[in-house]
Design a protein around this ligand. Structure first.
Ligand code: AMP
Ligand code: FES
Ligand code: ZN
Ligand code: ZN
Length: 335
């Protein structure tokens, strides 16, 4: 296998691009794909201050690396979600990366600063963990960006993530979520601009990028994701992609080109009724925002270890089914 660019030995084959690359040209390919996404979708302007939300996984660490390499002014933030060993290892990976590369990293820990964690929130609210997890992350990332004076937030959602969320939203014809499924969400009253510069790269590509760049990332998936619909949609798309390379890319980008306009949300309607939360000042349609209400409900609850929650979720079909649906809903709303 030889590199399509230089004919040297290739380290990776990309069937959807009908190309093979050596390490040097693969890294260049990744950089070019991110630069193209940023310019095609007007994601970042020169001089913008970018806050990258970092989980410690391959995507968000590759994203930091690529944005720094492209010359953007980047700082990172990571949230300790309290999901047992998984969260500890995730935070450790984010911290190690930031330290070795000299990247400023803001850290927030749910248990230390707000008195709860995701397994406990899931047990108290009796909803799937992804629901309080997604909401907490959204709230804290938005707030950190606004308080830190950043122009935008960048997240590590990749092509596999976006295609799987799109499939879920199409299967249920979820018009509201389809309207928000864009690589850029503009800033609006009290919410920062949000961008997804990795939409042109697949999961396999961001993993290969990290390996070639010597970036240590957490390989494990969140233990609470097990069995959720989002993973099933990813598997379904993987098997179609294996038979027809390029399908995921076409599915997502043709949606953006040909159909996304039809689902555009009514901005005026979305902003109607928004007012500052009585506790934290974040925009909300209720007196007290969902995050502050969650903190209120969970901060004094007995902590629930993640193992206990997983064991409980494994029993009883009704609970498990509700879980899977909720997880997919939460994904659809957050992405
Ligand atoms: P996920 O929803 O876990 O697939 O993550 C999607 C994106 O959200 C990641 O690529 C990160 O940019 C961001 N993210 C996920 N988890 C965290 C976290 N614990 N702290 C900060 N950002 C996160
Ligand atoms: Fe981790 Fe949902 S809480 S995947
Ligand atoms: Zn080459
Ligand atoms: Zn609030």
């Amino acid at each position: 296998m030889t590199c399509t660019v230089c004919r040297g030995p290739a380290v990776i084959d990309l069937r959807r691009h009908n190309a093979n690359f050596c390490a040097e040209h693969f890294l260049r390919f990744c950089r070019d794909q991110v630069a193209k996404a940023i310019s095609q979708h007007d994601m970042i302007a020169p001089g913008d201050r970018v806050l990258v939300a970092v989980s410690g996984g391959k995507d968000s660490l590759a994203l930091c690396d690529l944005l720094v390499d492209l010359g953007y002014h980047v700082e990172a933030m990571t949230i300790g979600l309290g999901i047992g060993d998984y969260s500890e290892a995730s935070t450790a990976a984010a911290v190690a990366y930031a330290e070795t590369r000299g990247l400023p990293l803001r850290r927030i820990d749910l248990r230390d600063e707000y008195g709860y964690d995701i397994p406990t929130a899931a047990a108290v609210t009796r909803r799937v963990p992804c629901s309080s997890c997604g909401m907490s992350k959204r709230h804290l990332i938005d707030r950190a960006a606004l308080e830190g004076g950043f122009d935008l937030v960048a997240t590590g959602h990749n092509l596999d993530d976006e295609a799987a969320v799109l499939l879920g939203n199409v299967l249920h014809w979820n018009a509201e979520y389809l309207g928000r499924q864009a690589p850029v969400l503009p800033a609006r009253d009290g919410f920062p601009r949000k961008v997804k510069p990795l939409v042109r790269l697949s999961e396999r590509e961001t993993a290969a990028y990290c390996v070639l760049r010597g970036i240590d990332y957490i390989v494990d998936e969140c233990p609470m994701a097990e069995g959720n619909r989002h993973l099933r949609y990813k598997e379904a798309l993987d098997s179609i992609e294996a038979a027809s390379p390029g399908t995921k890319h076409a599915f997502y980008f043709e949606f953006l080109d040909k159909a996304a306009d039809r689902f555009q949300p009514d901005v005026a309607q979305a902003q109607e009724g928004l007012r500052p939360c009585a506790r934290c000042g974040s925009p909300t349609t209720t007196d007290v925002c969902a995050f502050c209400r969650l903190v209120e409900r969970t901060a004094h609850a007995e902590p629930v270890p993640v193992e206990l929650l997983r064991a409980g979720r494994g029993r009883g079909r009704g609970r498990a089914r509700r879980g899977a649906g909720g997880a997919a809903q939460s994904r659809a709303a957050t992405s």
